[in-house]
Design a protein around this ligand. Structure first.
Ligand SMILES: O=C(O)CCC(=O)C(=O)O
Length: 267
């Protein structure tokens, strides 16, 4: 059976260092998305949407053990019977701050969580954040899926491992800035084509200090075709995908059967 999923990506402007206003904005956009005509099954938020990149004050601003965010997203999922891929937030744990994504199911249950494992040095993440130690694997509507965050798309091994584990769908919350729109599009498209999977990437928009973010949240199918792509403005991007296309593409060009991993060695 070919599973159809209706998606809503919340391309949100984020106020650095102002969680209160960001929670309000997320709440407004989530409500807008569930009442939209498409009636989405899955809603996706961008990266670090609670605090933005207020890294200097991140320990003070971060959500302790993610409790505020988990309560908020879990009750929203349950109230509306939807799946929420909660982008990511700054989460304060005992050993520091993590860039963490939570995914909640239709009954408000936690389907999975993932802390960003590749920290982005260009934005000095490694000075302020702790790196996650495991992949973001989860099951969505009975299908294997993965969550990766922003810079992770530069690491094809991560996507390939998840795809080898059966993932048909990858969610990518991001705060990907100008001027690297070309990298954003190309890397996301490559990850979709090489792994023959859907890639659902939700970027932020707006500016933060000297950094501007181009939006262009996008849904890409396993052929590398764009199902839907946003512009630069704040708003909700919707699209419908059919997971049956993954099996179709994988049987037409059997990349996974044709791999020769025993030969991929240097000696
Ligand atoms: O890799 C890039 O160019 C952007 C990555 C990034 O902004 C991030 O991971 O926060």
């Amino acid at each position: 059976m070919s599973k159809e999923l209706k998606l809503a990506l919340l391309q949100m402007d984020i106020k650095a260092g102002d969680p209160e206003s960001n929670y309000k904005k997320a709440d407004t956009m989530l409500r807008e998305a569930v009442s939209s005509e498409i009636k989405p099954d899955i809603l996706v938020l961008p990266e670090m949407w609670n605090t933005g990149y207020a890294l200097n004050e991140i320990e003070r601003l971060a959500d302790k053990d993610g409790m505020v965010t988990k309560t908020f997203l879990s009750s929203f999922s349950k109230e509306h019977g939807v799946i929420v891929v909660g982008g990511s937030i700054a989460e304060l744990r005992e050993d520091g701050v993590y860039n963490t994504s939570y995914v909640f199911g239709r009954n408000g249950e936690l389907l999975g969580q993932y802390a960003k494992m590749h920290l982005f040095r260009l934005m000095e993440e490694e000075k302020y954040l702790q790196a996650g130690q495991s992949m973001g694997r989860l099951e969505v509507e009975g299908e294997e899926a993965g969550v990766m965050i922003c810079y992770d798309i530069r690491f094809p091994e991560l996507f390939r491992s998840l795809a080898l584990g059966g993932a048909k769908l990858a969610f990518v919350p991001a705060e990907w800035p100008n001027p690297r729109l070309h990298h954003w599009r190309t890397l996301l498209t490559a990850r979709a084509i090489e792994n023959q999977m859907f890639v659902v990437a939700c970027n932020r928009c707006g500016t933060s200090g000297d950094t501007s973010f181009f939006g262009h949240s996008v849904i890409i199918d396993p052929w590398g075709e764009t199902v839907a792509e946003a512009g630069e403005e704040e708003g909700i991007l919707t699209g419908v995908i059919s997971l049956g296309l993954v099996d179709e593409v994988r049987s037409r060009i059997p990349v996974f059967e044709d791999r020769r991993p025993s030969l991929y060695t240097l000696d």
